[in-house]
Design a protein around this ligand. Structure first.
Ligand code: SF4
Length: 355
């Protein structure tokens, strides 16, 4: 089992559930925009939020943001150790650096000392785009080079008597990412932050992350994760949660299953499923907070096979000709018009325990 670190109230490693992270894509200097996005990420189920701190203004804004939310906040620092020190002093719960681009030992030590003083962890984050020259010459742009770079930078911190560490080694190539994490998993006991970097737009990014992170999670590797997508960070959180659920690492509060549709379908099932998914997401989170058990909701294309195929679902709807047959555990409840399917299902889920 990996060593455990703590980021504000969230534990990482040591048997804790895999924590889901995301990163803001608004400017850190814009405190209001950051707080609004943090709230959206929180609503989506995010555990930890990272913010870029590229300037001293951003470091100051980081302090303001810190005062106005309880979300664990990680400061992402490149090159300038003074930004890391300022972010720590302004209340960062964790720092992400690549010690290789922070500079000489004095500078790295200044960051380490600041983190020690406030007892916050450092993520050593290396990626394939910033590998050291000697490692590139020795191994090429490979998983081995990434792993060696991470371990080398971890050792630098250890030599400064600092072990409150998480490690990440990201590549945009999925097999390289998987191999690099496997190597480091064997070589050290620090919790691993897993991710595929620059994964891309929503569709390709989710597929790359599902394959890369899913493979690692199924191997038991990964203590915290980020799905990187170009665009809305809330989508990263939703995808991360779905990957965890698909790997059996957590249960979705409301698991929606739907049939692929076929020539028997006489409703616009795709639109209905999307509406149901959106409408049930906040209700699922509320149920989870209230400690209620997870539910499976089936959205099926036809009455002929739908209720039977979805007999295991707690609740479901099967499309008829412009209608929807609502059912519970395969047993008929009532029929509604197609336009009322989503609202009827929402009502049933809201009052599931009283039906
Ligand atoms: S549930 Fe009905 S509509 Fe959906 S795939 Fe099966 S047979 Fe086709």
């Amino acid at each position: 089992m990996k060593k455990q670190i703590q980021v504000r109230q969230v534990k990482i490693g040591g048997g804790a559930p895999v924590a889901v992270q995301s990163m803001l894509n608004v400017h850190t200097e814009d405190v209001e925009a950051c707080l609004a996005q943090i709230k959206r990420l929180e609503d989506a189920g995010c555990d930890i939020v990272r913010l870029a701190v590229p300037t001293m203004e951003a470091a100051a804004a980081f302090g303001e943001i810190r005062k106005q939310t309880d979300m664990p906040l990680v400061a992402d620092i490149h090159f300038d150790y003074r930004l890391a020190v300022a972010a720590v002093e302004n209340g960062a719960d964790k720092i992400r650096i690549n010690p290789g681009n922070i500079g000489d030992d004095d500078r790295v030590k200044a960051v380490v000392d600041a983190c020690k003083k406030r007892q916050i962890p450092i993520r050593v984050g290396v990626n394939s785009g910033s590998l050291e020259k000697d490692l590139l010459e020795l191994y090429g742009p490979t998983a081995r080079a990434l792993a060696e770079s991470a371990l080398r930078n971890v050792r630098r911190l250890e030599e400064m008597d600092f072990t409150d560490i998480a490690v990440s080694l990201k590549s945009s190539d999925v097999p390289t990412t998987i191999e690099a994490y496997r190597l480091v998993d064997k070589a050290c006991d620090y919790p691993l932050h897993i991710g595929v970097t620059e994964a891309g737009t929503r569709e390709s990014g989710i597929i790359k992350s599902a394959v890369g992170l899913g493979t690692l999670l199924m191997d038991g590797i990964g203590d915290t994760m980020r799905v990187s997508l170009t665009g809305d960070p809330a989508a990263e959180v939703t995808a991360a949660r779905k990957i965890l659920a698909a790997c059996g690492r957590e249960k979705e509060p409301i698991n929606i299953v739907s049939c692929p549709t076929c020539g028997r379908t006489k409703v616009d099932l795709e639109t209905i499923v999307l509406q149901v998914e959106e409408a049930l997401a906040p209700i699922g989170r509320k149920r989870q907070e209230e400690g209620k058990r997870p539910l499976t909701v089936a959205v099926m294309g036809c009455e002929v096979n739908g209720p039977g195929e979805a007999r295991e679902a707690d609740l479901g709807v099967a499309g008829g000709n412009g209608k929807g047959l609502l059912f519970r555990k395969g047993e008929k409840l009532k029929v509604v018009d197609e336009s009322e399917i989503t609202s009827a299902l929402v009502e049933l889920v809201k009052h599931y325990e009283d039906i």
